[in-house]
Design a binder for this molecule. Structure first.
Ligand SMILES: [Zn+2]
Length: 75
């Protein structure tokens, strides 16, 4: 699992990613290489960005609203 280090920035462990994912050639979530992932989903410890496709970016919640919140609001 990615670890939150700075708010909004996920740092991924490169040992758990494929070389293509580390290079930004493949989505870090679903390994899709085409269409080329364009959303920055986080970074590696060396500061290189890792990318994800639009779908996975949406799944990972680009909006910083936790799913739990709706339960609290709904009561
Ligand atoms: Zn993806």
């Amino acid at each position: 699992m990615p670890t939150d280090v700075v708010s909004g920035t996920c740092v991924y462990d490169p040992s758990r990613l494929s070389p293509a994912q580390c290079m930004g050639d493949a989505c870090v979530v679903c390994h899709t290489k085409w269409p080329r992932p364009r959303r920055i989903l986080g970074e590696l410890p060396d500061g290189a960005h890792v990318y994800g496709c639009d779908e996975c970016a949406g799944l990972m919640g680009y909006r910083p609203v936790p799913a739990r919140r709706s339960l609290i609001v709904a009561r």
